[in-house]
Design a protein. Structure first.
Lengths: 481, 58
């Protein structure tokens, strides 16, 4: 009983500073962020994304150069956009947004955001489950599966979901520690698994690698039914696959713990280990699988890694999924909790974990991961553009920042209109002009910036006129009485 | 004690990674590599948590 009470007290005492700037003594050093980013981005998804570049017919040269450019752009976005604002304001994305857009807008945004985070965490849990199912000879989902294919799959997903939720319930500190321990080992397994299978692909010396890479791994020819990926697809995917986190400002919640804005560059550990080395490594493993598999539509990261690296490979898929699902689940918990700050973080995370685990039962979440990741970034991006303009531009052009807090408004229409118009115009670009979802983030950001500036110019002028008239009327009536 | 654990952890990471290069060079079988990777993995997770995540000095 006392243990139960202690655990409850321990959970209740976890203070994540959701509605106040982080105190100086709680700020974290480089090590914490390097570990978190490395763990978060050397993840279960890398076992899916790397192979999908192979399936989409990326050429070896496009892959190597495209990832380099795209990843550099991603790190610069984290440092110069997210980290600078995070350190300046030291608030969660949700509280920052509440001050700008009002409680009602934040409520809607939080629901959308939490839903997307849940689906992303769900994909990670599903990837982990493919590793857990190996010893039980579990029937794995294939590329075309949408619904759960067996009771065993559902049970496995629920076990993995329970572990993930349990860790996330203990807050950022625990998540960070878990990532720190797993990250160096995971990247070793990714590299070792790929190096170990190179002879089977026909690479007998270092000099052979580039020829085999061009002719057997990233051949430039997409698999049947898959679209062709060019250099630009790879650049934009690498840049925008975490768009929600950097340009979309979700990582304000994480980087507000940073001592200096330069800590945003610690994202380099995540992108160059996870989105460069790990994508290349998992592409190598998948091309070997394609060479030897009878059914090329079957796709399960767990068994692919197990074939190359044995139990350590399967464990890597399991843990890589967990280290990404954990912070994502934690973010989803924060998003929901900001609806009612009185709710305890751990209780919210428990509920979010249950929803996520149910979503993870559907294999479609993994099989359409590229499109989902791009869509997820696109949907959340306009709010990042709004925050950027609010923090850096509005006061310079004579407008008020944190407008909802200033005017005690629960719904700032400038933000609402910006969000809707940006997404509608992006959808139009996709449907009418055929611009693929991977490229929409860039024009979308400029659309959001422009619409937000115009809306503010019009609406703030009107609102402030009304407010000043009301103040004037009140003063006159006060003087008369 | 901490230094010993750090050294053991690093050795475990080396055991996880280096044998794959021996497979590549033709000096080891893939099955032996898998076994060594498992040994390295167990060693890492047994030793690393006890010295990683110690509070950073301000």
């Amino acid at each position: 009983m006392s243990t139960k009470k202690n655990l409850r007290k321990q959970l209740d005492d976890i203070n994540e500073y959701e509605r106040e700037p982080i105190p100086t003594q709680k700020l974290k050093g480089w090590k914490s962020f390097i570990g978190t980013y490395a763990g978060e981005h050397t993840a279960g998804t890398e076992f899916v994304i790397g192979p999908l570049f192979v399936a989409h017919g990326a050429s070896a040269f496009d892959l190597v150069t495209g990832l380099l450019v795209g990843n550099i752009l991603a790190v610069l976005s984290w440092a110069f956009l997210t980290a600078r604002i995070a350190v300046k304001e030291r608030l969660t994305l949700y509280y920052q947004l509440e001050k700008i857009a009002g409680t009602k807008f934040t409520f809607v945004y939080n629901l959308v955001n939490a839903g997307l985070f849940c689906f992303l965490a769900g994909a990670m849990i599903a990837v982990s489950a493919t590793a857990v199912g190996i010893p039980f000879d579990l029937a794995m989902p294939s590329l075309t599966d949408i619904y759960p294919n067996s009771v065993g799959w559902v049970i496995t997903v629920f076990i993995v979901g329970a572990i993930t939720t349990g860790i996330a319930m203990f807050g950022f500190e625990r998540v960070s520690k878990f990532s720190n321990v797993a990250a160096p080992w995971m990247i070793m397994v990714f590299i070792a698994a790929a190096i170990g299978v190179l002879p089977q692909l026909g690479v007998s010396s270092i000099g052979d690698f580039w020829q085999v890479a061009k002719n057997s791994i990233w051949t430039g020819v997409p698999l049947e039914g898959q679209s062709k990926f060019t250099f630009w697809h790879i650049v934009f995917f690498a840049w925008f696959c975490n768009m929600a986190m950097h340009i979309g400002m979700a990582d304000l919640s994480l980087l507000r713990y940073a001592k200096k804005w330069q800590y945003g560059f610690s994202s380099i550990s995540g992108v160059f280990l996870g989105h460069y080395i790990a994508w290349i490594a998992s592409g190598i493993l998948y091309s070997l699988f394609l060479m030897s598999a009878a059914d090329s539509s079957s796709f399960s990261p767990g068994p692919i890694a197990y074939g190359a690296a044995g139990i350590a490979g399967a464990a890597c898929v399991f843990i890589a999924g967990l280290t990404t699902a954990n912070p994502t689940l934690y973010r989803a918990g924060l998003a929901i909790q900001s609806i009612n700050p009185q709710w305890k973080t751990w209780k919210v995370t428990l509920l979010v974990g249950l929803f996520t685990t149910i979503a993870a039962c559907f294999p479609a979440l993994v099989m359409r991961l590229l499109e989902f990741v791009a869509l997820y970034g696109l949907i959340l991006m306009p709010v990042g553009a709004v925050i950027f303009i609010d923090v850096y531009v509005l006061e310079r052009i004579g407008l008020k920042r944190n407008y909802a807090a200033l005017t005690d408004t629960s719904f700032n229409w400038s933000v609402g209109i910006t969000w809707v118009i940006t997404l509608v115009l992006c959808l139009s670009l996709n449907l009418a002009a055929g611009v693929e979802i991977f490229f929409l983030g860039l024009p979308g950001w400029f659309i959001a910036v422009l619409v937000y500036l115009v809306c503010n110019k019009i609406l703030q002028k009107q609102d402030l006129k009304i407010t000043s008239r009301l103040v004037k009327d009140n003063l006159v009536s006060d003087l008369k009485s | 004690m901490k230094n010993i654990l750090v050294i053991v952890s690093i050795i475990c990471l080396i055991i996880t990674l280096v044998p794959s290069f021996l497979v590549f060079a033709g000096f080891m079988t893939l099955e032996m590599n898998k076994t060594l990777m498992l040994v390295g993995t167990i060693g890492w997770f047994v030793t690393a948590p006890s010295w990683m995540n110690k509070k950073e000095k301000a």
